[in-house]
Design a protein around this ligand. Sequence first.
Ligand code: SAM
Length: 304
Amino acid sequence: MQFKYLLSKEDIIDHITLKEYKYDILDVNILDINIKTLIIKPIINNSLYEMQPIVLESIDTIKYLMEKLWIAQSNNGYYIDEKNISLKNQVVFSKIIESVKYHCPSNLLDVGYANRSFYDFLKKNELNPKYIGVDILDFNYDDFETIQANANALPFDKNSFDLINMSLLLLNSIDPFSIINEAGKALKKNGMLLITDINSKYYKASGVYIKKLDEWEFIKVIETEDIFFTIKTLGRRKFFFHAFHEFNLYRKILESLNFLVLEDKEFGLTEEIIRPIYSKKIIKSFSRDLKYPSFHFLKSQKII
Ligand SMILES: C[S@@+](CC[C@H](N)C(=O)[O-])C[C@H]1O[C@@H](n2cnc3c(N)ncnc32)[C@H](O)[C@@H]1O
């Protein structure tokens, strides 16, 4: 499968709907890697703003940077906002828990298990399949089996698992095909693959962000027919690469790999969910986030 991204200055400028702006192209150095970067400065009410930087690189460089920078970023400390985590867990894991209850897998592989929150959520729901967590980083917990591995090269025999979970994992990869393909090998026949990721509509609605205070708000959407690739930046020196893919693309990949899609749903935060957790002022600032459901869930079954 060929992926096409728009990464030239001209392509990006063509996508910008702003009436008035200036731009610079800079070499930004992160972890000794020089990244050619486009910075667009919109002029709004006679003031010059800075938008988040947009990387102008080849897909190969971006693949390399995504892995390197993701690991460097994560090892610098996992930023955990307790409120956000509990809120996110409650919402993201709701669909997965429903499926685990329904299918009663004897074993479950969680790819990108990170801060163990899904494991703890299973326990809270009194669900006890044999749980194995894989992550490219080594978190190493004692109460379940953890394996440090890349999702695109899983160290398991074919036909090993009843259920594989990937929540908020594919957004860290530029190549979802190879990850879904690996999961397909590790799953048993009739095994279930659950993918929960950010809803692409939600990000598209968010559009192009403008720098606020000393943080870069986080997204630039570069769009093609059925994929879009985004680059997230947290602070000027901390790039954080994300590749958000259209769920149509996941569907196409799944169907090409002999999966049957059983469920395909958008879901997410509602005002009702956040009301007990956040103040009115914060909820108001969420309005853009509440325009579309923030997550998307795909349940599919390996049929061959
Ligand atoms: C955003 S966190 C999601 C954590 C958890 N699944 C959840 O839903 O809260 C993504 C996790 O995937 C891991 N990850 C990213 N790319 C990976 C890859 N290629 N192979 C394995 N793990 C990866 C990261 O290290 C990180 O722990």
